[in-house]
Design a binder for this molecule. Structure first.
Ligand code: NAD
Ligand code: IPM
Ligand code: MN
Length: 357
């Protein structure tokens, strides 16, 4: 019998545990229905755990996440009681770097036209992906502050791009686009930041030359942001650096219905994966039952798909579409359902009579 899929669950902070609970409920329903064989193991890591124990992510826990699991399902981190965000950096950014999850896939698909604030959404299907580089750029944390607190204060943050790091994600973008007939767009800022983005452009052009059948283009990110609003339907895969990808993915989320509908997969394909909504811990709505769990549920679907559980992934995505069509929506999407009502509905839709209580 096929070994079961071992999933580590880290709810994290704020609405992270609220939406992750619903994603787990949907996963258990898929398992009960026989669509996938999986085991969920919960980890307490987040701000509460850090404040109580001083542990952000111990070596032992890291090794267990690395060696004992097939994938991580993650909620969100960020808590006002930890103003320097130390635990969030160690957990989320730490796992991205230490597991070398270089590819952050952020699919943006408009699931129903009325979810978009854009006028054009009625006519054109919006369905593209951001491939965000996830281990380099301005996120490397290299820098210094000189003369702190004086009028001469200077802060320096360095941004790093390696040929290895850029080439591997650009190759993934073209490899994904080629069989699907998608256009590949590089988003950069080579006009103002020539060193780093000059490298991105050279590598992009080299890789593109190996894919003569794939339409490709290089765009400055500021103009591209306008195009994402004006003609979002023209994009297939947008490949970009860490910080630009972070910003574009929230912009993209908003044009397909907002943070409650945007999932993501942080992967080193074939090796490790951490699946999480694009959104954060939303301290403004924690505990109110208003958090939309669909981004977390769709992240769980990405996890299932990447691990070969295609029927389960299809069933979960179809359930989300059915909930949207039936008006089973949290307030961010104009509905009045609570987080757990939506999760319950989705689990029942996936599991049918076999849904666990
Ligand atoms: P956020 O994404 O948490 O919230 C932005 C806005 O979107 C808020 O108004 C929030 O209520 C709303 N929102 C987010 N998710 C929602 C959902 N599922 N349903 C309904 N509404 C939703 O961004 P922020 O306020 O800038 O950040 C809050 C904290 O989260 C910060 O500490 C930040 O660092 C952290 N953060 C973590 C992650 C992550 O763990 N992946 C991602 C982004 C931000
Ligand atoms: C995201 C988040 C993180 C990021 C934060 C919490 C560090 O905004 O995953 O989009 O910038 O990568
Ligand atoms: Mn972000």
């Amino acid at each position: 019998m096929k070994a079961s899929l071992r999933i580590a669950v880290i709810g994290g902070d704020g609405i992270g545990p609220e939406v992750t609970r619903e994603a787990c409920r949907v996963l258990r329903a898929a398992a009960a229905k026989g669509l996938s064989d999986l085991e969920l193991t919960h980890f307490p890591h987040g701000a509460d755990h850090y404040l109580a124990t001083g542990e952000t992510l111990s070596e032992q826990t890291f090794e267990s996440l690395r060696d004992d699991f097939d994938a991580i399902l993650f909620g969100a981190v960020g808590d006002p009681r930890v103003p320097d965000g130390r635990h969030a950096r160690d957990l989320l950014l730490g796992l991205r770097v230490r597991l070398d999850l270089f590819l952050n896939r952020r699919p943006l698909r408009l699931r129903a036209p009325e979810l978009s604030p854009l006028r054009s959404a009625d006519s054109a299907p919006i369905d593209f992906e951001i491939f965000r580089e996830n281990t380099e750029g301005l996120y490397v944390g290299i820098g210094r502050v000189e003369h702190e607190g004086t009028p001469d204060e200077v802060a320096v943050s360095e941004s790093v791009a390696s040929r290895f790091g850029v080439e591997r994600i650009v190759r993934r973008a073209f490899g994904h686009a080629a069989p699907r007939g998608l256009r590949v767009t590089l988003a950069d800022k080579a006009n103002a930041v020539p060193h780093m983005f000059g490298l991105w452009r050279r590598v992009f052009a080299e890789v593109a030359a190996g894919y003569p059948g794939v339409e490709s283009e290089m765009r400055y990110v500021d103009a591209l942001a306008m195009e994402m609003i004006r003609v979002p339907e023209r994009f297939g895969v947008i490949v970009t650096s860490n910080l630009l990808g972070d910003i574009l993915s929230d912009l993209g989320a908003e044009i397909v219905g907002g943070p409650g509908l945007a999932p993501s997969a942080n992967v080193n394909p074939g090796a490790h994966g951490l699946y999480e909504p694009v959104h954060g811990s939303a301290p403004d709505i924690v505990g109110t039952g208003r958090a939309n769990p669909m981004a977390a549920v769709l992240s769980a679907a990405l996890l299932l798909r990447d691990h070969g559980a295609v029927d389960a992934a299809d069933a979960v995505e179809a359930a989300v579409d059915a909930a949207l069509a039936s008006g089973v929506r949290t307030p961010d999407l104009g509905g009045s359902a609570t987080t757990s009502q939506v999760g319950n509905w989705l689990a029942k839709r996936v599991g049918g009579a076999d849904t666990p209580a």
